[in-house]
Design a protein around this ligand. Structure first.
Ligand code: PMT
Length: 419
């Protein structure tokens, strides 16, 4: 799950590289909507950009159809990041002075999203006091810059003025998103997926968790700028972009990986951790007749189980038990097939966490492995019923709620009150 990048292309020779830039941004998981200035169309065609990005290409501020369909304000609002590449001396000057006389500059004035510029121009224009002042103004307003770099310029001269290389622009997009999101500067650990508890080299105890819900939460937190470690049991889900994955198999390994990843500001336990493991993990495959003989019966056998560590409870009680810093928000799930809210309340209290996301995992709900989920957010003070929605949307909603809560805590602290 990537971000939505609005790519404003202005009229420099480097505009011919923007279909490749759009492609690489998409490879990094982003969606790209191109906006072309009139002069940029001299260097790159809307058709090339539309074909690569799969998006409509915008250009005309006064196109009634576009205004009706979306409008420049919607374009400005929907972007997670606005990238101006190449950014000419002209557009930088307009941005610095708040001019809005075409679609790109109008969006730049209206957007609240982070703005990244990749300047490209003749070295003397880049060096000119006017451009230096404009860059200073833009940087003081929070606009980030990648490049330009030194090299051969289109005008035949050499110097500082080439647009930065495409991989560097793609990396700058990632770091700008990370640095400007509401959760930038925070760390989260998310557990996801099932655990596999081995009985012998070929058999294990497991459950039906696919990892979809946990991975969606990790992706959504990362998208808000959080530094996320995802500790996941075996799953075929792709690792979300910009998330550090620690792959584990058993609950004991998951516990160790979580402990090694602490401290964190946020912990979300979405994994379906096996409560029990086989007391013995046989070194060789257990033979059917061996089992029968050792237990004196051929049609019945018993496996002795040992309780696994409770990861959520351990994290929620850090400080109280093992010292160290407890995450500010410790969030667990409750997978229930009956008395969903009541059982979730009991888990909230017994595990010592801050919130429980209760979900009904009865077989008819298709929660394990399915695409959708219906959540009841249980806190000590309230129960909030969320409508059934995709697990991706659950992830986004939870990440947004976490960001709001941490921001409110910070405001309260700044105001001198208790958090
Ligand atoms: O993976 P999907 O197919 O997308 O399905 C999502 C899900 C149903 C697995 C997910 O939404 C969910 O409910 N996850 C928690 C499953 C679970 O183990 O619930 P529980 O009620 O048994 O455990 C309560 C909480 O304690 C959970 O946060 C669990 O991660 C945690 N726990 C449990 C046991 C243990 N030994 N250590 C733990 O940390």
């Amino acid at each position: 799950m990537g971000n939505h990048i609005l790519l404003i292309i202005t009229g420099g020779i480097a505009a011919y590289k923007t279909p490749e830039l759009a492609r690489r941004l998409m490879d990094a998981g982003h969606t790209v909507t191109p906006v072309l200035s009139e002069s940029a169309t001299q260097f790159v065609t809307p058709l090339a950009l539309a074909s690569v990005s799969g998006s409509k290409v915008y250009g005309d501020l006064f196109s009634l159809t576009d205004e009706h369909e979306m409008g420049h304000i919607r374009l400005a609002r929907d972007a997670d990041l606005v990238l101006v590449a190449p950014a000419t001396a002209n557009v930088l000057a307009k941005m610095a002075h708040g001019e809005a006389n075409d679609l790109g500059t109008t969006i730049l004035l209206a957007t609240e999203a982070p703005v990244l510029v990749a300047p490209a121009m003749n070295w003397a224009m880049w060096d000119h006091a006017a451009t230096r002042d404009n860059m200073h103004t833009l940087e003081s307003r929070g606009v980030t810059t990648i490049g330009p770099v030194a090299g051969d310029l289109a005008c035949g001269e050499e110097g500082m003025g080439r647009m930065a290389d495409i991989p560097d622009i793609v990396n700058a997009v990632a770091s700008t998103l990370k640095a400007t999101g509401p959760l930038s500067g925070t760390r989260a650990i998310v557990t996801s997926g099932p655990t596999h508890e081995p009985i012998d080299p070929v058999r294990y105890i497991a459950n039906r968790s696919s990892g979809k819900q946990g991975h969606a939460i990790a992706a959504a937190l990362a998208k808000l700028g959080c530094d996320v470690t995802l500790v996941s049991g075996p799953t075929v889900e792709p690792t979300p972009k910009a998330v550090k994955l620690i792959a584990v198999e058993t609950a004991v390994e998951m516990m160790a990986a979580v402990e090694q990843s602490l401290p964190a500001d946020i912990f979300v336990g979405a994994a379906a951790v096996a409560d029990w493991r086989a007391s013995e993990n046989a070194p060789q495959k257990i033979k059917k007749d061996t089992l029968g003989q050792s237990q004196g019966a051929s049609e019945h056998c018993e496996i002795s189980l040992t309780q696994n560590p409770d990861i959520l409870k351990t994290v929620a009680t850090i400080g109280a038990t093992v010292g160290g810093r407890r995450p500010t928000l410790v969030i667990g799930f409750a997978a229930e097939t009956q008395n969903v809210i009541e059982n979730a309340r009991t888990k909230l209290a017994s595990k010592g966490c801050d919130w429980i996301l209760a979900n009904d995992v009865s077989s008819e709900q298709d929660t394990f492995g399915g695409l959708d989920n219906e959540i009841h957010l249980v806190t000590r003070a309230s129960v909030e019923d969320w409508p059934r929605q995709s697990k991706l949307d659950v992830g986004r909603k939870l990440a947004g709620r976490i960001a709001d809560t941490l921001a409110n805590n910070a405001k309260t602290r700044a105001g001198g009150g208790a958090s």
